[in-house]
Write a new protein. Sequence first.
Length: 231
Amino acid sequence: MSKIEFPEDNRNLYTEPIEMVHAIILRMIKIISLVSEKYDLPFWLEYGTMLGAVRHKGFIPWDIEADIGMMRPDFEQMKKVIQKELPDDIFFQDENTDPHYTQGHLIEAKFRDKYSNYRGFKDKHPNVKWHNGIQVDIFVYDQYVLDGELCFINSYELNLTKANSYYLPNEIAQLRECDFEDGKFFIPLGYEEYLKRNYNNYMELPPLKERQIEQVDPMNPCNHKEILYWR
C-alpha cells in the first residue's frame, strides 16, 4: 500500500487560539479519514462534533475537542495499523501507548496533537501525567441488549451515564456524508433521533454561560515524552 499524503499543519496562519485549535482538530480528522479510507475502517462524527456538523456545518464555535465513533471490529483493526500510518506529530493514545492513561474503560483511545496542551485541564488536575495534547476522542460501540432492546452503546455511556445515549440498529446501519468546515465526513443515517435523545431541541443554542471556551495552548506541548516543539 502506498504512503498517505497528509494535509499540512497551518495553525500558525491563525491569530485567535480557538481558530488554531479548530485548524489542528480539522487536520486530525482529515488524517483519520485518510487512514480510514485506506483500510476501509469507517468512523463517524460523534456527540458535539456531530451536532456541530448538523447545526453549524462545522465546529460548535466554543468546542475545543472532537469526538468520533467506531464499531468494535473496525477499532480493533485500526489499532493494528494506526501507529505506522500516523504522521510524527500525532500520538495515538490508549492504555498500551501511554501507561499514565487511566480512562480506557470510558474513552478507549484518543488522537493527540504533540505540539499543544489543554492548559485549563492541567491547572485543574496538576497530578495528571497522561498526554494532554489537543484531542480527538474515539468512542467504540458494542452491541448490547438494554431493557429488552437491541442497541449499540459505548463504554462511556455504559459505565458512566447508565446508558442514556445509544443507537438503535436501524439508526447506525448506514452512514451518510455531512459537510463539516471545508470537508465532508460521515454521520449515522439516523442522526436526528440520536441528537434528540442527547440534546432534546438540538438546533437551539445553549445559554451564553454555557458557551465558555476553556484555556488551550495550541503552540506549547504538555509534559510528556511524546511531544514536539513547534518549529
